[in-house]
Design a binder for this molecule. Structure first.
Ligand code: IYR
Length: 236
């Protein structure tokens, strides 16, 4: 078949010699779009970064599905340059906590500027990362900076940070949807994660997310999100 030929009977089409299938999306009335977009906003707006976790177990099936959701993210050239490592092993969680706290002690006692420490004060963070042991799961997200081609040559992936960042946003939303909480933890530097989890050379740690139920006495900072007028500019 010639490339770019259309076969509407089967709703399939070839582009550059590659098969494309018909995409159907239900279209909504303006009223329904308004209601649904408002509901989704209220749902996302009820999410908070939580630092106080319960140790109550979360079934692996939930984690599997949350990771599947993150894996639906768009990515540069559809390379899907991510790996989600889910850790429930207690010894491994303790080792991760120990290594993260070691880095944070240096961060808080010199590596971070005065301004940075002042900016963090309202969030109540410190070097204690007990959530890394208490939360039943840690999802450590790695980015795949390159792939190895058939000739054993390293080939860089495309827009890796953007792709993995989007996938993490979707992961966080999926966690929230499951009634669980998380926190975007970025111990810095975080090379220790690739070592502890024995990741291959093409992977770099990107983000660490403890996942679980919020502790019954969990608190979050009384801070506000920017208003629509502060985060947007319309050109009509
Ligand atoms: N990584 C440190 C410090 C920290 C930095 C930022 I930017 C935050 O938004 C929160 C914390 C820590 O995890 O405590």
């Amino acid at each position: 078949m010639k490339s770019n030929s259309i076969n509407m009977a089967g709703k399939e089409k070839m582009i550059n010699g590659y098969k494309h299938i018909h995409y159907v999306r239900e279209s909504l009335s303006a009223e329904e779009m308004i209601t649904r977009s408002e509901n989704f906003y209220h749902f996302l707006n009820s999410r908070r970064s939580v630092r106080h976790f319960s140790d109550k177990e979360v079934p692996q099936e939930v984690i599997d599905t949350i990771i599947r959701s993150a894996g639906t993210a768009p990515s540069g050239a559809h390379k899907q340059p991510w790996k989600f490592c889910a850790v429930s092993n207690k010894k491994l969680k303790s080792r991760i906590r120990e290594a993260a706290e070691k880095e944070e002690e240096e961060n808080y006692s010199g590596r971070m500027s005065e301004r940075w420490l002042k900016d963090l004060a309202p969030l109540g963070t410190d070097t204690n990362k007990e959530f890394l042991e208490i939360a039943p799961w840690l999802i450590v997200v790695f980015k795949e900076v390159y792939e190895v081609d058939d000739a054993d040559k390293k080939q860089n992936n495309y827009y890796v940070n953007e792709s993995v960042g989007i996938a993490c946003g979707m992961l966080i939303s999926a966690i929230h949807n499951a009634g669980l909480v998380t926190l975007t933890h970025t111990p810095s530097p975080m090379n220790f994660l690739a070592d502890l989890l024995e990741r291959p050379k093409n992977e770099r740690a990107y983000l660490l997310l403890p996942v679980g139920y919020a502790a019954e006495d969990a608190v979050v900072p009384a801070i506000e999100r920017k208003k629509l007028s502060e985060i947007s500019q319309f050109y009509k």
